[in-house]
Design a protein around this ligand. Sequence first.
Ligand code: CP
Length: 332
Amino acid sequence: MHFLSTTNLSHEYLVHLIDSAMRFKRGDDQSKPLAGKSVALVFFNPSLRTRASMQVGVYELGGNAVVLEPGGTSWTLEHREGAVMDGDKTEHVAEFVRVLGRYCVAIGVRTFAALKDWEEERTDPILNAFAKYSDVPIINLESAMHHPCQAMADMMTIRDRVGSGRKRVLLTWAWHPKALPMAVPNSFALAAAQMGHDLVIAHPKGYELDDELMSETRKHATAAGGSVTIVNDTDEAFDGAEVVYAKSWGSSNFYGAPEKDIAGRAQYRSKWIVDEGKMAQTNSAIFMHCLPARRNVIVTDGVIDSPSSVVIDEAENRLHVQKAILAQLLEK
Ligand code: CP
């Protein structure tokens, strides 16, 4: 079994993962299911939290992490089936993952969207090539479309800080000087719906999440007894929220033309920032962000430094939830 997205996992399984993560966090679970074993962590892109929390998590479970950076500390990688490899790619994912599978019991991979070709990238081609060829579990450490480890840490943080049960959860787009991938908002929306929250997604027109992903999100919300509401007005979005989750993402309309996205969004800069005024409209909401966050761009200093900000707990919970994911995936 791979861990690529939460969408095919049941509500009960997600709750079970959070329960397990809470036991790791409290120190009630000291098990070492990775004793004598290794896990490969493959990073095509930069990372602080994911890389450090996975390395520490593997160590705390008794194992050894092998960190590889294709094109840096390992060969450049081709993922396309049938590719004639006479360009700059040295090794194919087909050999790469099967060789690693002879050394390691699982492989984590981070491979961001390049924001060049929406129709191709929305299918997560590199992540799926890893999953296709691998004989050992693949863990998605953020792909073009999903960041399920982040989403599970987010759901754990909501339960830990706001309590169990249905909450009014706002996922709000924020202005940013660059077009960013959609993996975090996609996975947050899916997981929040799967947990049965009342999810409000606020973004300017043109920044809609993927149609298929929204259809899955709505189905999950209905099944779990929650709801999904889309608003294009930042003022009404914050009313009554118990959780505010800020994230910027690029528009799928401008994949391949980021300069058009940046020019078009200039009008939103002062309006789409999480500030003290907006937080005052909420129902004493906690403030969440996956980090890294640009201060006074995505969120004001006053909000991220306030007692309502849980961004450091949220980052800590990456460690506990990933230990739970590893332990579950490798359970015999
Ligand atoms: N939130 C998150 O994935 O952080 P990094 O990009 O630093 O790993």
